[in-house]
Ligand binder design. Structure first.
Ligand code: FES
Length: 131
């Protein structure tokens, strides 16, 4: 006798949210130790469906999408000078604090929220909504 098997479809997230926090309605995901990013350096993280670049500017951490709006270069490969990162492919330059271009206003990079709790670094799972 044949028996039909029943399958239950279960939604599976690619992100483990066990290391997450909620602040002001935004969800932050643990990405690693904050000390991994020294002043003047950056580091790339996969946060849900986004590649996020976190920059340490004189001890303050800023997160933007790790994707140049020109042709998609990872901005963590760029040259960092204070709060500015210059894309390594064609030299578009952005302020990592705001996501804005320095030479025009025709492109912008989504920003993400950053939370440091103790030694732990968290990044919002979605870009911040710009006003
Ligand atoms: S891909 Fe960044 S400037 Fe061209």
């Amino acid at each position: 006798m044949l028996r039909a098997k029943r399958f239950r479809l279960t939604a599976v997230s690619s992100v483990d949210f066990s290391g997450s926090r909620v602040r002001d309605g935004a969800e932050y995901l643990f990405v690693g130790p904050a000390a991994d990013i020294r002043a003047g350096q950056s580091r790339a993280y996969r946060v849900g469906r986004y590649d996020v670049a976190v920059f340490n500017v004189a001890g303050e951490l800023y997160a933007i999408e790790n994707f140049c709006p020109h042709q998609g270069a990872p901005l963590t490969d760029g040259w960092v000078d204070g709060p500015l990162v210059t894309c390594s492919w064609h030299a578009w330059c952005f302020d990592v604090r705001t996501g804005t271009m320095t030479l025009g206003d025709f492109a912008m990079i989504p920003r993400f929220g950053v939370l440091v709790e103790g030694a732990d670094l968290f990044v919002t799972t979605e870009p911040l909504e710009e006003e």
